[in-house]
Design a protein around this ligand. Structure first.
Ligand code: AMP
Ligand code: MN
Ligand code: MN
Length: 340
């Protein structure tokens, strides 16, 4: 079996709203039959919504799309998978002509179990993303850091190629946009975000019905876990830094699943006077996942890069191979220096 490394084309990265490239995406789609759709580890609403938007668009084009996710979908976005179409693994002997990689820009964020470098399985690779860090993965890279969500780019690609935005596509894109903007609150929200949202609502979807799935259907275990996380809240640097910790034991004891900690970090940032909020969470394999959120001009993507992480200016992540207390010491002392 031929195995070739995933190629990088940094020169192609950060192409902004380039309609020619949007049409190139469809030139590749037209030539393909079997198409895989994949996205990042610890999936969120943006990558899930972007995947379903593409899935339904490809179905309209009579292609054979497969959404592949070895990890479960986020609990609050599982409603998008009404037809139970998401698969957890590549089938025996299965081959794709094309693979679309969504909402990630570096190989290490591809889910375990998806061996993208195996070109004979995954075919031509198109990467669509909006992170500011990472130079992209694949043969054709569209990386637009000014997009509030990857789904905004997906939406533009579908519109450029005259795909009718039906309710299913609209619901998927809307889910992605509201989750990545925190309900149109974060600094990534632009007038274009609202313009797209307005067009989506004109497709017959209900903002409340989607919000109810995402924000008003909390599993009891998640709120119990939130109370544990909040009880660890600590402050540093004249209360400009607020952080919380969650150990695997605590997560397991509440009956919560790992995806349920998404958004907890926002409580730390939301406190008046706090400039950077963090959540340190133990994950399997002796690792610690650090979620970082900042206000205004504090660029936490650059900070995260120093520790092998990345993300966006105001929302970034790091994975450390250290115990949770060492991780806290290391990151908090570096952050105290960083924000000066
Ligand atoms: P999270 O705290 O996991 O929600 O991540 C915040 C943002 O940073 C998301 O946009 C992630 O895609 C990105 N991010 C998280 N972890 C990493 C990492 N280890 N490397 C690069 N980017 C990351
Ligand atoms: Mn994402
Ligand atoms: Mn995103």
């Amino acid at each position: 079996m031929q195995t070739v490394s995933v190629r990088f084309f940094p020169g192609l990265a950060k192409k902004m709203k380039n309609e020619k490239i949007y049409r190139d995406v469809f030139d590749h789609i037209k030539k393909a039959e079997n198409i895989a759709i994949i996205f990042h580890r610890s999936p969120d609403g943006d990558c899930t919504g972007s995947a379903f938007a593409f899935y339904y668009a490809l179905k309209k084009l009579k292609k054979r799309p497969v959404i592949l996710s070895p990890e479960p979908l986020p609990f609050n976005c599982a409603f998008l998978d009404r037809g139970k179409v998401v698969r957890s693994a590549v089938g025996e002997g299965e081959r794709f002509d094309l693979t679309i990689v969504l909402d990630l820009s570096e190989p290490k964020r591809i889910m375990r179990g998806i061996e993208l470098p195996k070109r004979d399985i995954f075919g031509f690779v198109i990467n669509i993303d909006h992170h500011i860090t990472g130079s992209g993965v694949g043969d054709l890279i569209i990386q637009e850091p000014d997009a509030a969500a990857t789904a905004e780019i997906v939406y533009r690609i579908l519109k450029t190629n005259a795909i009718e935005i039906d309710r299913e596509i609209a619901e998927a894109v809307y889910t992605a946009i509201i989750t990545d903007t925190g309900g149109f609150r974060y600094s990534n929200t632009t007038s274009e975000t609202f313009a797209i949202a307005s067009e989506l609502l004109n497709c017959g979807i209900s903002s409340w019905e989607i919000s109810r799935e995402i924000y008003e259907s909390e599993p009891k275990a998640r709120i119990l876990l939130l109370s544990k996380a909040l009880s660890t809240l600590s402050f540093e640097k004249e209360d400009k830094i607020a952080y919380m910790k969650l150990t695997l034991d605590v997560i397991r004891n509440t009956g919560a699943t790992d995806d349920m900690t998404d958004q907890f970090v926002n409580y730390a940032r939301s406190i008046k006077g706090v400039e950077v909020g963090l959540l340190f969470r133990e994950v399997s394999g002796g690792k610690v996942k650090v979620s970082i959120r900042s206000k205004d001009d504090i660029d936490v993507a650059s900070f995260a890069l120093r520790f092998g992480g990345g993300g966006h200016r105001n929302a970034a992540g790091i994975v450390l191979q250290e115990n949770i207390d060492e991780s806290v010491n290391k990151i908090i002392s570096a952050l105290k220096e960083y924000i000066k």
